[in-house]
Design a protein around this ligand. Structure first.
Ligand code: M6R
Length: 357
């Protein structure tokens, strides 16, 4: 039930800190250590390459998950859009493990790949919010998102839960391998949950950003580098699916290779700047678009901020910024849709789970 909330989407955005705290508990053992079914950890460590298969928002979570698994657990990862993988299967490694990420566990495009990889004899792990869903039943292993029912068509809390579960999976796998992972993930996810709360309390700020940048615009660009780029893809998907504003996420460095031609006077460009190693370069990209008339909205992170920034998110561990930087983008999409009189929870032409290929 949505209770006093006007829309499920807003309720689900607000539930994110709680979901992260719940996940920490669910994946903790009696000693407070993060833990994952031994069979799953073993399957991870036996694989010479991991293939993540997903669609939409879950695909965007997979892109961030690749960073966690490669950087912490030191296993190569490929992330594929399920529908493309079906008819364009890459050369597989000798010992692949397939991870299917799906909030609903019912997405037909992902299921088609799962059926195929099972036929080929490969092991599969499903990360889903729905126990007993098709993708969960048909895979060898399941990890649950524990996010509670997600009703709004636009996925919010499932995305951040997917990121948290992927981070836990990566760190537990790394530790089982004896790798020296220095992150205290329980503590850092706690900091993430607090930061999410701060952002959920900043709704007025996000509404103001929408009024200032998106009131009448036909399009909007999101730019970022490194992991911020993946969050930009998600921010753009959110905005387009519920507000019908044409939105695209771009890698900062790619702008000059074509996209910059689209910048006109007043074009809103939302830039994420949460990564220290690319902070200067993304700010350089903002200057480039401003020089062509863009209306820039920089969202940065505490410690990296400058005076020109429109909003500064609280500092969190640099690997975990997507869990937090996505929240303002979810809220921006929400208010843009609301102000345009769109049906926030049930956007046109879309269904909550896509059960056709
Ligand atoms: O249930 P799934 O995670 O498999 O769904 C995948 C996509 O259909 C889904 O994420 C879709 O992109 C959302 N509407 C995005 O908000």
């Amino acid at each position: 039930e949505k209770g006093t909330y006007p829309h499920y989407m807003l309720k689900e955005i607000d539930e994110q800190p709680l979901v992260i705290r719940r996940l920490i508990q669910k994946y903790q053992d009696e000693n407070g250590e993060l833990t994952i079914d031994n069979e799953i950890v073993q399957a991870m460590n036996e694989a010479d390459r991991i293939y993540i298969i997903a669609c939409g928002t879950s695909y965007h979570a997979g892109l961030v998950g690749k960073q966690f698994i490669e950087k912490w657990a030191n296993i190569p990862v490929e992330v594929h859009i399920a529908s493309e993988f079906s008819y364009n299967m890459p050369l597989l490694s000798e010992k692949p493990l397939f991870i299917y990420i799906s909030q609903s566990g019912e997405t037909a495009d992902s299921r088609a790949v799962l059926v195929r990889t099972k036929e080929l004899g490969y092991k599969a792990l499903t990360i889903t919010n729905v126990p007993g869903s098709t993708l969960s039943r048909e895979a060898d292993y399941t990890l649950l998102l524990h996010a509670g029912p997600e009703i709004a068509v636009a996925s919010t809390k499932a995305y951040t839960a997917q990121l948290a579960v992927l981070a836990i999976l990566a760190v537990v796998t790394a530790k089982a391998k004896g790798l020296d992972v220095t992150i205290d993930l329980v503590k850092e996810l706690g900091i993430v949950a607090n930061a999410m709360e701060t952002l959920c309390d900043a709704k007025g700020e996000m509404e103001a950003i929408v009024r200032e940048y998106l009131a009448t615009t036909r399009n909007c660009f999101f730019i970022g580098r490194a992991v911020d780029f993946y969050v930009c893809l998600e921010g753009a998907l959110k905005l387009k699916e519920i507000s019908y504003i044409q939105a695209e996420g771009f890698a900062g460095g790619e702008l000059k290779h074509g996209t910059i031609a689209l910048i006109e006077n007043g074009t809103p460009v939302i830039a994420l700047a949460t990564q220290e190693h690319v902070n200067l370069s993304i700010r350089g990209n903002v200057k480039e678009v401003v020089a062509r008339g863009a209306n820039p909205c920089i969202i940065s992170m505490k410690g990296l901020e400058t005076e020109e920034d429109r909003y500064v998110i609280p500092a969190v561990h640099p690997m975990l910024t997507p869990l937090v930087s996505v929240v303002p983008l979810q809220l921006i999409a929400y208010y843009a849709a609301l102000h345009r009189g769109c049906d926030v929870d049930k956007p046109r032409n879309l269904a909550k789970s896509v059960t056709v290929e």
